[in-house]
Design a protein. Structure first.
Length: 220
């Protein structure tokens, strides 16, 4: 396994996150050599300025946290985020449409954002919010993401009742082609948890407790 810190997207998506919080997040990401920071769209430019010539990637969210925004709004959000300096976009799929069975809308929703990212050579991740889906629905959502050429499928926003679970990551890995990766996020607090999720098939870990996760790792 690659060093754990290189899997981590150091995250602060709290609605009351301040500029100081985001600057601290970026500084910690540089200090611990995390893969990236995941910040609200409002703070993408600040993260870009703070990280300057660092190789830490900037990730932001679109249609967050519920996913039922219009496709046009999500695409516009995506374009603006990329213009501001985002390297990767984590979109929330339209879970309401998915639950209603309006799969054409779901597919268009995902494809439109993925295309907006890929046109700018940026990475697109789709948050399917596993806490709101059963096993079959998770499998179906994964196949739709793969058909839409998403780069990653992400477990959770961190704002639902539960976050990343090992059994969900195993199910996702089973239903995704090798080229589509998995980001596990939501409620990841310990080194052991992060390692188990990676072993289950996650290629990326989204966490706000990244420093303690990495700190424990460094002293093992």
């Amino acid at each position: 396994m690659e060093a754990l810190n290189r899997y981590i997207e150091h995250t602060n998506l709290k609605p009351d996150a301040t500029a100081e919080d985001i600057i601290k997040l970026c500084e910690e990401a540089v200090a611990h050599q995390f893969y990236g920071v995941c910040v609200p769209p409002y703070y993408v430019q600040l993260a870009k300025k703070t990280l300057k010539k660092s190789d830490v990637k900037i990730i932001t969210v679109v249609g967050f946290p519920f996913g039922y925004n219009t496709v046009a709004a999500k695409v516009e959000e995506t374009k603006k985020a990329i213009m501001a300096g985002a390297d990767e976009v984590d979109m929330v799929m339209n879970i309401a449409a998915f639950k209603t069975g309006d799969m054409a809308v779901v597919q268009n929703d995902i494809q439109s954002v993925v295309m907006a990212c890929h046109l700018q050579n940026k990475i697109a991740k789709v948050i399917i919010e596993t806490a709101l889906l059963n096993e079959e629905e998770i499998a179906k959502a994964c196949r739709m993401c793969a058909d839409s050429e998403a780069d990653f499928v992400k477990t959770s926003t961190g704002f639902a009742a539960s976050g990343a679970k090992i059994e969900d990551v195993v199910n996702m890995r089973k239903n995704l082609p090798a080229k589509v990766k998995i980001k596990a996020a939501g409620g990841i607090k310990t080194t052991e948890q992060a390692k188990q999720l990676i072993e289950a098939g996650a290629s990326r870990i989204g966490a706000s407790s990244s420093v303690s996760i990495a700190g424990i790792e460094e002293h093992v």
